[in-house]
Design a protein around this ligand. Sequence first.
Ligand SMILES: Nc1nc2c(c(=O)[nH]1)N[C@H]1C(S)=C(S)[C@@H](COP(=O)(O)OP(=O)(O)OC[C@H]3O[C@@H](n4cnc5c(=O)[nH]c(N)nc54)[C@H](O)[C@@H]3O)O[C@H]1N2
Ligand SMILES: Nc1nc2c(c(=O)[nH]1)N[C@H]1C(S)=C(S)[C@@H](COP(=O)(O)OP(=O)(O)OC[C@H]3O[C@@H](n4cnc5c(=O)[nH]c(N)nc54)[C@H](O)[C@@H]3O)O[C@H]1N2
Ligand code: SF4
Ligand SMILES: [Mo]
Length: 776
Amino acid sequence: MPADWHKTACSLCYLNCGLEVQIEDRSITRVRGDKQHPRSQGYLCQKAQRLTFLGDHDDRLTTPLRRRPDGTHEPIDWDTALSEIAGRLTALRDADRAAGRPGSLAYVGGGGQGNHSGGGYGKALLSWMGGTRYFNALSQEKTGDFWVNGRMFGDQTCHTAEGVEECDLLVVLGCNPWLAHGFSNARSALNTIKNDPARKMIVVDPRRTETAQAAELHLALRPGTDAYLLAAMIAMIIERNGQDAEFLAARTEGFAEVAEVLARVPVDAWIAHAEVERADVERAVDMILDARAMTVRVELGIQQGRHSTLNSYLEKLLYLVTGNFGRAGTNNLHTWLLPLWGNSRGQRSEITGFEYIGGLLPTNTMAEEVLTDHPHRIRALWVESSNPANTYADTARVEEAIRACELSVVVDVAYTETAALADYVLPAAAQHEKWEFTLFDFEWPTNYFQVRRPLFEPLAGTLVEAEIYARLFEMLGVLPDAATLAELTETARSDRTNLLRRAGEVMSDHPGLAEIVPVLLYSTLGATLPDGAASIAPLWAGCQRLAGRMTTPLQRALGSDSTGPELGNELFDRILASPSGTPFSRHTHDEVWELVKRERVQLAVPELLEWLDRLDPDAERPDPQYPFSLVSGQRRSHNANQILRPPAWRKTDLDGALRARSADLASIGADNGDWVAVATRTGRIVVRAEVDESMRAMQLALPHGFGMSVPDGQGGRVVNGPRINLITDAADRDPIAGTPHHKDVPVLLEPATAAERELAERDSLRVREVVAATKG
Ligand SMILES: Nc1nc2c(c(=O)[nH]1)N[C@H]1C(S)=C(S)[C@@H](COP(=O)(O)OP(=O)(O)OC[C@H]3O[C@@H](n4cnc5c(=O)[nH]c(N)nc54)[C@H](O)[C@@H]3O)O[C@H]1N2
Ligand SMILES: Nc1nc2c(c(=O)[nH]1)N[C@H]1C(S)=C(S)[C@@H](COP(=O)(O)OP(=O)(O)OC[C@H]3O[C@@H](n4cnc5c(=O)[nH]c(N)nc54)[C@H](O)[C@@H]3O)O[C@H]1N2
Ligand code: SF4
Ligand SMILES: [Mo]
């Protein structure tokens, strides 16, 4: 009998490739790519095969927990947990109001790589509490980019996409799509370019990455020098009159100011500072000027590199000055079903002075917002689907901040390092146990959306996030009475189009209800949706808004000529009826100009031109005390953020090794397999060394996605691999976005002491025992 294949998606990175899986009891047993998924078309990588480790494991939470005075946790039932939390939230909200201070609860997380169904509810809580402080992974990698987009394109939600499939030149700047993906079907796309003599790739990365090996040209620059190299390249382009004058005149303003600053760039000196060959840079410029359609793909190498916001600006100038924007195969903007972040207008934190970008404050400042005497400090943290105790810079300070809060609540599927510190821990149903989706829909000119159906019942004791929040708000007394909810539910069933109008009337009688629209939709419209899809009800409001603001592209995607609320309803129903996902917008390339929120793209951003003018190679010589540059958080074959906790999921790199050239290891008398110490002013960790000649000289790499403390099977816990943020410095950050310089951390490499070696070896063996004892 042929086994059933169920449609779902992989949530191990933000691409969320469509999958078909076979299941047995509560496990995924076989995985293959879903050929009907309109975007990924059957593609998957090696990580998806390990999804079976995502479900039931020793660290899954199955009951709410409460912290005892001695710091340990005790299980409590849901009613007790939620009513105690509701009581403490109410007291805090009352105290905030009485003191006339802004809401002192902050929200952290709200979704990882593939689970964004909970975030809207969490933000509703933040809003009801009168708070604005919101931190998540985007504000430690992407907010510099958003800030630049705001200035150049007119809105921080003007986010760019790459035309990798149709370009004839792909510039890969500070990322490694072979391992990290980042765009659809990355390996296939890279191979296609490699095998086509008419198409080329340039990689700018200190390391000879897997991607660089497939490139025509690799510029192995010194870490942290991208701004110098990019500025020199753009200066050379303008010197050669290589700018696209027609495009610049028709679509942009400010070129003259930019050209004036770039004319002052000492090109040779800056190329020398980046430690690349002038001839190679000339070749790169030739390739760019010869390209019919260039697209630039960037990620953490520049966004978590030195001068990151300036890098994001120069990256955009490179394609805009050469007119590689708004056509097939170039960079473009993309649509959204629901924007994952907002547009901030210069509001700043009273405590650190950092600007809100996209509605977010820098994760690097979270601890500062707590650990201060300022009367407006953060007093409570609500963490959902994030593990800041491992993923935010300077772990010790982050842990201190969580402990210092009057109230900390963690909503997660697993007993994370953050959960271990929280006052209350609430167990959520996991990825394949609920309706779920990602809002990382970044495609252009056609964009897609998939809602995944549950494969399993929620694990006993857990709740879907939407239900957690609905119960909480009921206890907080914010939801209307049962009769009113029943009436709204009936409206949703019989006259969906009128739901928002009727809900609006109810809101005017119920203070606070307007802050929690997602919860209201869950409790009303949700109850009318098929197969228990209640938690995705807020998407309906997104479909309605989209129908209003992007009618034609949506009509094309659906092949429909409806308009208004009816079109929104059609989209929502189509999404529900399309288990492999469905297109929701189809544009022509020219229509990108409707997404740009200014008359013309603004090329001249004064703060960044001043920054460029101030760059000084002499101010950036390596610190002799910390002479190596560490990539803290390298993406590898078997890491996936903090998503998969059981160490047995990793087929390679069980210890999360430090990678370095043999000569660099030899300089401290170390060799392949030895335990070595990596130290900074913030901390010191002991790690396994592994020779990797693809690293640049004096560059080291430690992996992202390790440092979880997992049950050792003997009643204790053991840490799997490096907790890299024990050594990162939250103050080593971008001046505008506050994002960390994680790809260029100055470190000292030392031999480990005998005692350190012994401890590390013991833990490594314990992890291996855990792996041996795990089936899979
Ligand atoms: N396997 C795997 N894939 C993942 C993830 C994962 O955990 N594992 N996580 C996902 C997430 S959340 C993200 S944000 C992406 C990140 O994806 P990427 O940014 O592609 O991955 P990284 O390995 O962090 O860093 C990219 C590259 O930057 C280079 N680099 C270091 N310093 C510099 C520099 O100064 N200049 C330049 N130009 N390059 C430099 C490094 O050598 C490295 O090759 O990956 C996603 N995909
Ligand atoms: N030094 C250094 N630090 C870094 C990076 C680096 O390169 N170097 N990279 C940064 C980047 S780019 C990123 S994106 C961040 C990622 O760091 P985080 O924002 O902390 O996110 P994840 O690591 O993805 O952790 C996801 C959490 O969600 C939980 N989870 C999974 N499914 C569900 C669910 O359905 N519901 C709930 N409630 N919880 C769930 C998991 O158990 C896990 O605890 O790390 C950042 N930190
Ligand atoms: S890890 Fe990313 S690229 Fe790999 S299968 Fe999952 S979603 Fe696709
Ligand atoms: Mo990320």
